[in-house]
Design a protein around this ligand. Structure first.
Ligand code: AMP
Ligand code: ZN
Length: 480
């Protein structure tokens, strides 16, 4: 396996600390709102990385935190707490919204075939570990207490900028202009490990600590949760590129100050999904979620397929036109797989060589687009259908775009569509013509991306007692 390492800025052979075993850590979601499909691009790519490692025979342990406390709205140490903001918006408690959006996140992951991590730990469950780590940093002289908060002194570590590649001058301006400076900091890049004082709204969740009642900073969370479950040495740490600075930079500084040795060997970062106006966000324009895509008739796995067509280290621009194209190619592929016959004997030699070719391609810095070309190569190969199915099943463990599952669903849908359409033969011909006219109008509206009209037609049909269902074969309906 070769992978680009943000730390060395090179594609390198992946060699874990312990032969055959991989310790992997992923920054989890801040559960104050739904994940947008940009966040989920990162989780899809991390899922592929994990599955390539497993497919290659590694025993992987993957840990993910859930940020349910301490993530301020600026990535520095300022701004309102995102969780508190979310709780106020929905008139609920912080723990209620954390529970709701954590479940929503994993439900989106399930729809996108993203495997549940081996260990998931929310920050509110690890307060003792944070306090112990902050205390140790203070005892070692890396942390200082100033006006109620505990800060990490970034000048005490060597190579603070190694991961980000920033220069010290850049850092001075890198701290956002719109953020008022915290005068307690000895250096601009210092960051808060533990708060007992914030000039913003009071926290809902607070804990006792040696420095007074307070709450943790964001960065300490990931280092402490990672070490709690994986020990002092980590093989690979993942996140989106916005996490490189300051989050991962600060994680390295405090972790290595704590252990006194190198912490993590490989840093894997996924570039952003942007919309046509720039970076995707939860507050601006159309808030793109998996549920929104589903409500517009898209299969979440077609979105996964769309993501896999591009390299994870390149920015990807989302548009409905681009998703339509990917969906068209995906549906065509599924129809082709659905037509494969299931009789005959599997040519195991072919399956093994197809698997090898696939892993050679995708394990080279995660070239998922080449991985997809393997699907087409298998379909074109001069072997029987069951052999093709067997090879596809195996490589879809990694790609997880539901090649076999969706093809089987399509075949069972096709037979139920036939029987549903046959049962509509008894409907009054005039009513039947009206229903079919409305369905055709709705199809046109959806094609023109006029989702409001499409929804209005669905409601009109519902008032007439007609339930419609969109399938890959078109819209089917039943009269109640
Ligand atoms: P958050 O819930 O904000 O902590 O973000 C969860 C993950 O999504 C992190 O790994 C971020 O780096 C990543 N992320 C944030 N915005 C985007 C985006 N537009 N495209 C891809 N990944 C993103
Ligand atoms: Zn993190």
């Amino acid at each position: 396996m070769k992978i680009y390492n943000t730390l060395t800025k090179k594609v390198e052979d992946f060699v874990p600390n312990e032969a055959g075993k991989v310790k992997m850590y992923t920054c989890g979601p801040t559960v104050y709102h739904f994940a947008h499909i940009g966040n989920l691009r990162t989780y899809i790519m991390e899922d592929i990385l994990e599955k390539i490692l497993r497919y290659s025979g590694y025993d992987v342990t993957r840990v993910m935190n859930i940020t349910d406390v301490g993530h301020l709205s600026s990535d520095g140490d300022t701004g309102e707490d995102k969780m508190l903001k979310g709780a106020k918006r929905e008139k609920k408690t912080v723990l209620e919204i954390a529970e709701f959006y954590k479940n929503a996140f994993f439900s989106d992951c399930e729809k996108l075939n993203i495997k549940y991590p081996d260990i998931v730990d929310p920050a509110t469950n690890c307060i003792d570990s944070f306090i112990a780590m902050v205390k140790a940093l203070e005892d070692k002289g890396y942390a200082y207490f100033a006006d109620g908060n505990v800060y990490f002194d970034t000048t005490k570590v060597e190579n603070y900028n190694e991961l980000s590649g920033h220069s010290t001058e850049e850092l001075m301006v890198g701290v956002r202009d719109d953020v008022t400076e915290d005068l307690n900091k000895r250096n601009k890049s210092d960051f808060v490990l533990w708060f007992t004082k914030s000039k913003f709204d009071d926290q809902e969740l607070k804990w006792d600590s040696p420095w007074g009642v307070g709450y943790p900073g964001w960065h300490i969370e990931c280092s402490a949760i990672c070490m709690k479950h994986l020990g002092n040495k980590l093989d690979i740490h993942c996140g989106g590129i916005d996490n490189i600075f300051p989050h991962h930079t600060n994680e390295i500084a405090q972790s290595e100050a704590y252990t006194g040795e190198k912490w993590c060997n490989y840093w894997f970062h996924v570039h952003h999904l942007n919309d046509e106006t720039g970076k995707m966000s939860k507050s601006k324009g159309d808030f793109l979620t998996v549920s929104l895509l589903e409500s517009k008739g898209y299969d979440p796995l077609a979105y996964r397929f769309f993501c896999l067509q591009s390299h994870y280290r390149k920015p990807l621009v989302f548009s409905y036109e681009a998703l339509d194209q990917a969906t068209g190619a995906y549906n065509k592929l599924i129809r082709r797989i659905a037509s494969l016959k299931k009789d005959g004997e599997v040519d195991t030699a072919f399956v093994e060589s197809a698997k090898q070719e696939f892993i050679d391609k995708v394990a080279n810095d995660m070239n998922t687009a080449l991985g997809i070309t393997c699907i087409y190569d298998i379909l074109k190969a001069n072997v029987n259908d069951v052999t093709k199915l067997e090879a596809l099943k195996s490589i879809d463990y990694v790609l997880s775009v539901g090649l076999i599952d969706r093809a089987e669903k399509l075949n069972s849908q096709a037979s139920s569509t036939q029987s549903e359409n046959a049962s509509n033969d008894n409907i009054d011909p005039e009513l039947k013509a009206k229903i079919e006219e409305l369905i055709a109008k709705r199809r046109e509206a959806k094609k023109a991306k006029d989702f409001a009209s499409a929804d209005a037609i669905r409601a009109e049909l519902s008032d007439m007692g007609v339930t419609i269902k969109d399938t890959r074969e078109g819209t089917v309906y039943t009269l109640n």
